[in-house]
Design a protein around this ligand. Structure first.
Ligand code: HEC
Length: 142
């Protein structure tokens, strides 16, 4: 009996903590798009589908981005992703930087590192086909 009582108390504390953390502010903003990526409509559609949720200012926040603590993790991914590469602020990169970024994009998709595995589990449509990868490589080399 005593065990089950302390167990219930533990459950109540967990529940209260779970509710409490929902009030921690999480940044889910989408800053303005200053200039969209320079690519053919075909390539842009691929990037939009597979990359924009972390590398753009047009993030479609999923429902779990509203539930702490998962939301903290999603917001952190977006912050990190944007800091490395942001398809919505293409005007902020000079020619040299653009070429380096495009080469990195090519390497990441060819090696299968991007989009991240766990993202693809939740977003099946982000899975890149061989044709998608070929289109990205052709864009980078153009
Ligand atoms: C779920 C979020 C997410 C998605 C979707 C995503 N990325 Fe990323 N990406 C990240 C994060 C976080 C980083 C920075 C940390 C790292 O390198 O893992 C990153 C880093 C990168 C980098 C920089 C690597 C480096 O070494 O600096 C490139 C290039 C990149 N991603 C390309 C892409 C491309 C192209 C797509 C779509 C095909 C994509 N990413 C999809 C989250 C994402």
């Amino acid at each position: 009996m005593a065990v089950s009582k302390s167990f219930r108390r533990f459950g109540l504390v967990l529940l209260l903590v779970g509710i409490g953390i929902q009030f921690v502010p999480t940044d889910r903003s989408n800053p303005p798009v200053t200039r969209d990526v320079d690519a053919s409509p075909e390539v842009e559609a691929i990037l939009r589908r597979a990359c924009y949720d972390c590398h753009s200012n047009q993030v479609r926040w999923p429902w779990y981005a509203y539930v702490a603590p998962v939301s903290w993790w999603v917001a952190h991914d977006v912050e990190e992703g944007r800091s490395h590469l942001n398809f919505s602020t293409w005007d902020r990169y000079d020619e040299g930087r653009l070429q380096r970024l495009k080469n990195e994009i090519m390497d990441e998709v060819q090696e299968g590192h991007m989009p991240p595995r766990n993202y693809v589990w939740m977003h099946g449509d982000a899975d890149l086909s061989d044709a998608d990868i070929r289109a990205i490589v052709a864009w980078v080399k153009s």
